[in-house]
Design a protein around this ligand. Structure first.
Ligand SMILES: *[C@@H]1O[C@H](CO)[C@@H](O)[C@H](O)[C@H]1NC(C)=O
Ligand SMILES: *[C@@H]1O[C@H](CO)[C@@H](O)[C@H](O)[C@H]1NC(C)=O
Ligand SMILES: *[C@@H]1O[C@H](CO)[C@@H](O)[C@H](O)[C@H]1NC(C)=O
Length: 245
């Protein structure tokens, strides 16, 4: 039971799912595979794997699919962006923090977006309209993207993370379900400990009882030996007790 504990705890705590999107493509536009992710939940991670050099992932919007998103109402809140020409073999991860609206992204390199390098999270129903809008989009929509990507934590409805495993730590991120699960595991542990203690007490009691019987048996044996010796020392017929005449 004890050796099972870390696994069950991990399963309860690590409820977030990591989704992967390969970013590749040769000389032409980048290709996102898969292009549209569905059923992504709050706290889930999306990791982009760059399989070929010279592409990027930049957060965009439904109405302007080839323009870097920035929230004018909150100057510090900007869309996420990977380095503009990410090296092959590197990854870029975001964590989804809010699923009240879809998240859109595109390749910010050259005219890859206009050539169809767009994608989305929980945005499948917008796939054709976004792809159509991208074809006629402005071509300088990514001028504001920092060449080495945006800082950790940036993103609208999401945040850039270093690595999904590091980002998922921290008890404050536990869902109510995880708390219930941990409570159940703790209860099972208590029951297990109680059973072990009870078993130990029963075994101890049996051992003690056994020792006591053994000790009693020896005492009785010794007593009967003493009696036997006393009887043998007496003259036959109990003559000592008979007064002499
Ligand atoms: C993306 O990369 C990660 C880590 O390098 C790997 O675990 C995962 O299988 C890759 N997924 C895809 C779809 O390439
Ligand atoms: C999610 O985003 C919407 C609008 O973007 C906002 O109204 C809502 O408060 C956000 N929810 C959370 C839990 O932050
Ligand atoms: C990001 O790029 C700028 C120049 O474009 C450079 O000055 C800066 O050192 C780079 N930062 C990192 C962390 O690479």
């Amino acid at each position: 039971m004890l050796e099972l504990l870390p696994l069950s705890l991990l399963a309860l705590v690590a409820h977030a799912v990591e989704h992967f999107i390969a970013v590749g493509g040769g000389d032409g536009a980048a290709e996102f595979n898969p292009q549209w992710l569905d059923n992504v939940d709050v706290d889930d991670f999306v990791t982009f794997n760059f399989t070929t050099l010279g592409h990027s992932v930049v957060q965009t919007s439904l109405t302007l699919p080839c323009v870097f998103i920035s929230d004018d109402g909150a100057p510090d809140l900007h869309g996420f962006a990977s380095p503009l020409s990410a090296a092959a073999g590197t990854t870029f991860s975001i964590q989804v923090t809010n699923i009240s609206a879809p998240i859109f992204f595109a390749c910010g390199t050259d005219t890859h977006c206009q050539n169809g390098a767009v994608g989305g999270i929980n945005a499948v129903e917008f796939s054709s309209s976004v792809t159509d809008a991208a074809k006629t989009s402005v071509s300088r929509g990514f001028a504001d993207v920092p060449s080495n990507g945006t800082a950790l934590g940036s993103g609208v409805l999401s945040r850039v993370v270093t690595s999904p495993s590091l980002a998922s730590s921290g008890p404050s991120r536990l869902s109510p379900g995880a708390f219930v699960g941990i409570a159940i595991v703790a209860l099972l542990l208590l029951i297990g400990a109680a059973l072990v203690l009870r078993h130990w007490m029963v075994v101890t009691r049996v051992r003690r009882a056994h020792k006591r019987t053994e000790w009693k048996r020896r005492l009785e044996k010794r007593l009967s030996q003493v009696h036997a010796a006393t009887d043998a020392a007496k003259p036959a017929g109990g003559a000592e007790d008979v007064p002499r005449m």
